[in-house]
Design a protein around this ligand. Sequence first.
Ligand code: DLZ
Length: 158
Amino acid sequence: MATAEKNLSSFSRKFIPDINKKVFAIIVSEWNEAVTEAMFEGAFNTLRENGVRKENIIRKDVPGSFELTLAAQWMAEREDVDAIICIGCVIQGETKHFDFICNSVANGLTNVALKYNKPVIFGVLTPNNQQQALDRAGGKHGNKGDEAAITAVKMLGF
Ligand code: DLZ
């Protein structure tokens, strides 16, 4: 993911392949919904702007970021799904579970990607507070949902 200094939202798109026939799953965590909805919109719009058909974008919701891994596995099992974008937001100040959730999801999504040989994108914000999250969900640091979508597209063009 990007930092405050490096914002993938403005990266060059010249290497992006024809993704007209590719199918994307976007899995959205319901925790910190204002943030994850903004990230979903960013991801969805970015896919559409780059030629992905509306009917080729499958949205699934999960209760929290911890559930992203199993949902990603369920989507990866589907032969018609080419890439999976996982969107979540775990705010450090709100939970002692922060490290457990973040490590679990990062490791879990990596394992799903390697097991199913498909791009599984870690679109999970791990900010210190909600303002930092909002800054990265359409605010002054761009929208990490856009970046997650571009990352998925670029990986399909690898
Ligand atoms: C329980 C919990 C807490 C405290 N905080 C967050 C959070 O900031 N972001 C998030 O996505 N999920 C949170 N959760 C929910 C867990 O991800 C998970 O849904 C529950 O522990 C049930 O497995």
